[in-house]
Design a binder for this molecule. Structure first.
Ligand code: ATP
Length: 304
């Protein structure tokens, strides 16, 4: 009986973990209760990460290509993130920025063109290996109704307490955690401790630091944090991105002036591409967005 019980119990735990991680990721990407669209190709191989260079090549995409309301979202999008560099994507609301992140994580397959990591097409590698290679700091972090330690360890199941604390320190959330009555065992969520937007983002950064993946996706929150918090989070993101390949979806242009390249999306097309200085000199869409944000007290209001 015990022999039977243990594997079943284990399966239960496994099922819960898998289900929970899918729920988490789906929520992160706003894809609640929908069928997952992609599957491993027969003979798919694990992703072999070397430089972690990412390349979008002539990508077209529609969410529901065969549906009645099929609408193309991305048109012939090409850009490259050299290994270890940061590329930022900016553009008006609805221009397709988050869609690029979803495609890189292979929540969907591209309609035409390809996405490659170190030359390997995403469709030819196992999803498991792809998702291990990518860490995401989403706009709105989903926290489980569990301890704050569990919520951070979720970045790397099996991490030791010392590793969890190390990540929390680096994300500047450790002091906040130890000030709670039960420290790392304090339960967060609907019936537990409520975290502010900035604290949640720090938990997401700690998770990602613990996972330590070669590729990062940062989806900058659209909601404004106070400016001291904002600057601190930016500094933490920057140190998390050190030496990693990063795709940053930015709403505040001031946060991405140092990016290796900035891609300006408009209606699903690459309208402009270059460094901050090059795009300002171009005097086009980006330069106008920059001027607008400079003259606004609340930069978030200047989106699009
Ligand atoms: P924001 O700055 O507001 O986050 P964005 O540039 O990231 O916007 P996306 O989220 O990529 O834009 O959305 C691009 C377009 O795709 C929008 O018109 C949106 O309505 C549509 N879209 C997004 N998700 C889905 C989905 N799951 N199914 C169908 N259409 C979608």
């Amino acid at each position: 009986m015990i022999q039977l019980y243990i594997p079943l119990n284990f399966l239960g735990v496994l099922y819960r973990e898998v289900k929970q991680s899918l729920t988490d990721l789906d929520k992160m990407f706003g894809l609640l209760s929908r069928e997952r669209e992609v599957a491993d190709a027969p003979g798919a191989r694990p992703l072999d990460v070397r430089e972690a260079a990412v390349r979008f090549e002539h990508v077209d995409f529609a969410y529901d290509p065969s549906g009645k309301k099929a609408r193309q979202i991305l048109f012939d999008v090409s850009f490259e993130i050299p290994g270890g560099k940061t590329v930022a994507v900016v553009g008006p609301s609805g221009s397709g920025k988050s869609t690029l992140a979803r495609l890189l994580y292979r929540f969907y397959d591209v309609g035409a063109g390809s996405i490659r990591i170190d030359g390997q097409e995403l469709r030819s590698v196992t999803q498991d290996s792809l998702r291990r290679a990518i860490g995401i700091v989403p706009q709105d972090t989903v926290l489980f109704n569990d301890s704050i330690g569990y919520n951070i360890a979720y970045g790397r199941p099996g991490a030791s307490r010392a590793e969890i604390e190390g990540a929390a320190r680096a994300a500047h959330i450790h002091d906040f955690i130890v000030a709670q009555p039960l420290g790392y065992d304090t339960v967060v969520g609907e019936r537990g401790l409520k975290l502010s937007g900035g604290e949640k983002q720090r938990v997401a950064i700690a998770r990602t630091l613990l996972k330590n993946p070669p590729i990062l996706i940062f989806d900058e929150a659209t909601s404004a944090l106070d400016s001291a918090n904002e600057r601190a989070i930016q500094a933490e993101l920057k140190s998390a991105a050190q030496g990693k390949t990063a795709l940053v979806i930015a709403h505040r242009l001031s946060t991405i002036v140092d990016a290796h390249q900035i891609v300006v999306l408009q209606h699903g097309r690459v309208a402009e591409r270059g460094t901050h200085a090059e795009l300002l000199a171009l005097g086009g869409v980006y330069a106008r967005m920059w001027q607008l944000q400079q003259s606004q007290p609340d930069p978030v209001a200047a989106r699009g």
